[in-house]
Design a protein around this ligand. Structure first.
Ligand code: NAD
Length: 385
């Protein structure tokens, strides 16, 4: 079985061209090779994570410099993101394509992959179960993103985060408000606490209050009626009335904060806009808001993915490719997730990835197979449910 790791800074997809992560490290290559899996890497794959082509060769991989012919040889292609639609013709039918395919927002690509009889597995659809934890790239990458966002915010703030008592005066700790306390939000809270800030957080899933408090944060309780989560732990969408109640109730917390981090996402849907320009105007000038949902539509009115701009006197940072600054750790974690996934389903006797669609992990994460889309969630969405 041949596993190909593309160099994603060579992607023809424009807004992903600054990708610095890679889906394999020399350590993960060693493990694949030990299992009898042949690993091809597009040259200079590890350029941004301090791994040279020679490091990969020493680990047992083969370096290829022709992207097209490499695609044609692969049985599995492991992306961090996804291929461009123009590259699909290079792949053999039945090739397994892994990556953050973002299927809800890339339907033309998914349809084209189905037509080409490619097997595709969307990493972000892997269920949040105990068994799948070791392959849960959504969590590994979100944790790092939460950390990065807090550091970006701290860098932008014209003051410090911890309390400081000196003969020259006393500085009060900064106030940080985190909206959405999922994986990224909890990591942002932990980072803010380590930096010495006072942290307040809100999430529509009140079950996370305990987790916020265990990190030393305070939970803002807002009564907006029945909210809750689905069987996978994802938040249910709010009604317009509930959303308005939430926005009104969190206004004073926002006005009182030096930094606001929003991470509110709804799986497979556009995230809710939770902070308007009017609310931003209530903050002290120079305060910082980080919109971690900016790439998928945004929680903050006026935010723009990959851009820092001043909106109503506040520095609004929209998440772009957050991983650039921590590409090494992000790649290490992602490479482990990919290895664990392949390892879980590798049939070493037949030397194939056993695409067992009865398996609960594959049943939820495989998107196309046998020339069609087979994922229930995606099919329901296409039918407008
Ligand atoms: P996510 O990225 O989909 O959303 C981020 C957070 O935003 C969530 O906590 C969500 O509740 C919150 N949110 C949505 N709408 C909101 C609103 N209007 N206001 C405030 N907050 C709002 O979530 P995620 O970080 O991927 O985590 C989703 C769930 O999966 C969580 O329950 C998490 O604990 C769970 N999880 C489980 C495992 C596991 O069991 N192995 C692993 C990782 C995550």
């Amino acid at each position: 079985m041949i596993l190909l790791i593309p160099n994603e800074s060579n992607t023809p997809i424009q807004d992903l061209a600054d990708e610095k992560r890679v889906a394999a490290t020399p350590e993960s290559v060693k493990k694949f090779v030990k299992k009898g899996i042949e690993v091809l890497l597009e040259k200079q794959c590890g350029k941004h994570i301090g791994a040279s082509d020679q490091d990969y060769i020493d680990a047992g991989a083969k370096i290829v410099d022709d992207r097209k012919s490499a695609f044609a040889q692969a049985d599995i292609v492991a992306f961090v993101n996804r291929p461009d639609i123009s590259e699909l013709t290079e792949l053999k039918p039945e090739t397994l394509v892994l990556g953050h395919l973002d299927p809800f927002f890339n339907l033309p690509l998914i349809n084209s992959m189905a037509e080409k009889h490619l097997n595709t597995l969307s990493i972000e659809m892997i269920p949040r179960s105990t068994r799948a934890q070791k392959m849960d790239a959504l969590s590994s990458q979100s944790s790092l993103a939460g950390y990065v966002m807090m550091i970006k915010a701290a860098n932008q703030l014209p003051s410090i985060l911890p309390m400081m008592m000196t003969p020259s005066g006393t500085i009060k700790p900064a106030k940080v408000f985190v909206i959405g306390a999922g994986v990224a939000g909890l990591q942002a809270i932990a980072t803010a606490k380590r930096l010495g800030a006072n942290v307040l957080a809100y999430d529509t899933r009140s079950v996370v209050a305990e987790q916020v408090e265990s990190l030393g944060g305070k939970f803002l309780h807002i009564d907006i009626g029945e909210t809750g989560q689905n069987e996978n732990g994802y938040a249910n969408a709010l009604t317009d009335e509930q959303k308005q109640k939430q926005m009104d109730a969190q206004k004073s917390a926002i006005a009182d904060s030096d930094i606001v981090i929003t991470t509110a996402q709804l799986f497979g849907r556009k995230p809710p806009v939770l902070i308007t320009k009017e609310t931003l105007a209530l903050m002290k000038p120079g305060s910082v808001v980080v919109d971690m949902a900016a790439r998928s539509g945004g929680n903050v009115e006026g935010s723009e993915a990959g851009v820092m701009k001043v909106v109503s006197g506040v520095n609004v940072i929209g998440t772009g490719n957050w991983s650039q600054s921590v590409a090494r750790d992000a790649s290490n974690m992602y490479a482990n997730n990919i290895y664990n996934l392949v390892d879980e389903f590798y049939d070493s006797e037949k030397q194939v990835f056993n695409l067992d669609l009865e398996d609960e992990i594959l049943a939820q994460s495989v998107i196309t197979h046998g020339g069609k889309i087979i994922n229930d969630l995606l099919m329901n969405m296409q039918q407008g449910e």
